[in-house]
Design a protein around this ligand. Sequence first.
Ligand code: CAA
Length: 378
Amino acid sequence: MEFGLSDEQRLLQESVRRFAQEEIAPVAAEYDASGEFPREIIAKAWELGLVSTQVSPEYGGVGLSSLDGCIVTEELAWGCAGICTSIMANDLGLLPIAIAGTEAQKQAWLTLLTERFSLIAFCLSEPQAGSDVAGLQLKVSKEGEDYVLDGTKCWITNGGEADFYTVFATLDPSQRHAGICAFVLHADTPGISHGKKEDKMGQRASETRVVIFDGVRVPAAQRLGAEGEGFKVAMQTLDRARPPIAAVGTGIARRALEESVAYAQERKAFGSPIGSFQAVQFMLADMAKDVEAARLLTHQSAWMVDQGLRASKHSSFAKCFATDVAMRASTDAVQVFGGNGYTKEYPVEKLMRDAKLMQIYEGTNQIQRLVIARELLR
Ligand code: CAA
């Protein structure tokens, strides 16, 4: 058993760490305040091969393993979780094509993502179907050789900014799982429009919008997998997308730890640095051990994905644990900083706001526990 990174992985980590330190961290507070979409930063990340990392070289991509993708993601999230989410949403969006696409579909759509800078977004959640994917209502009807989509998706990361969408729709809502189909389409297909940008508590540099489908015609060649297979495609996508979410949690928690250690050495109370007090030391020690444990679970779940093993339970372990750690560590970081931590003059209140979303998106942590319990009792 080998816990260390290879030389290549270390180089990759160092180069993304530099990118996060130089290009992301210095502007993170600005993007947080303005809520502006960080298109220029994402474009720079694309130049470095940090966007659409899961596209394999035969389609022009860098073809990072899931483990390598998690190494990249932890570093980006250290810089800013919102900007990181905008970058990694592309891998989530393209996974249904990588998982269920035919060779011709992969050639057509994955190559588009690597030929020029472009974004793809994953459209699964709906106003009345977030946790309950099988309850989705976006209707797909057959018209000759085409399909027509009608309905609304919500909480779509990069909605309104993406060039392409992968979309899940149902032929018949009463059939639940068995009725769902997956599609890939151009975002400028007639009939697609977008709602207002959500004004979020945290991760404000990531764009989240409603996407409306009104009589959107899609050729059958753009269906991913067979009719009725869409639910499983969505679940397999989430199995592979949750380790990187765990890596975001690890990145936020590591930043909280590093900021807290530095502050504890510098800030004085009762004539000594606050790091000399056991009350603060215990908070730092808990953060440090939790960051390590979160990273181990993250890397293990990614390793399972890379081995082609079904990773549902381990992806849920990692997503749930690492994002709970992010919430705890960032909350404790605010405590270490005291009154200063509660102001926008210091970076830790942003970490706390950003961490909260991690316990909610890509399956709430209650859903992760449900997945784990079902696997245990199956
Ligand atoms: N792989 C393959 N097949 C799977 C599977 C998996 N991981 N999970 C389930 N299935 C199969 C089951 O074996 C079952 O197959 P059969 O019908 O052949 O027996 C079928 O799918 C139905 O499974 P369940 O009975 O478990 O389905 P369910 O409806 O009870 O519950 C759920 C499933 C786990 C609750 C699921 O709905 C879920 O994961 N919900 C959370 C949704 C989510 O994570 N949304 C995130 C949106 S994306 C996002 O947030 C991104 C962002 O913005 C950045």
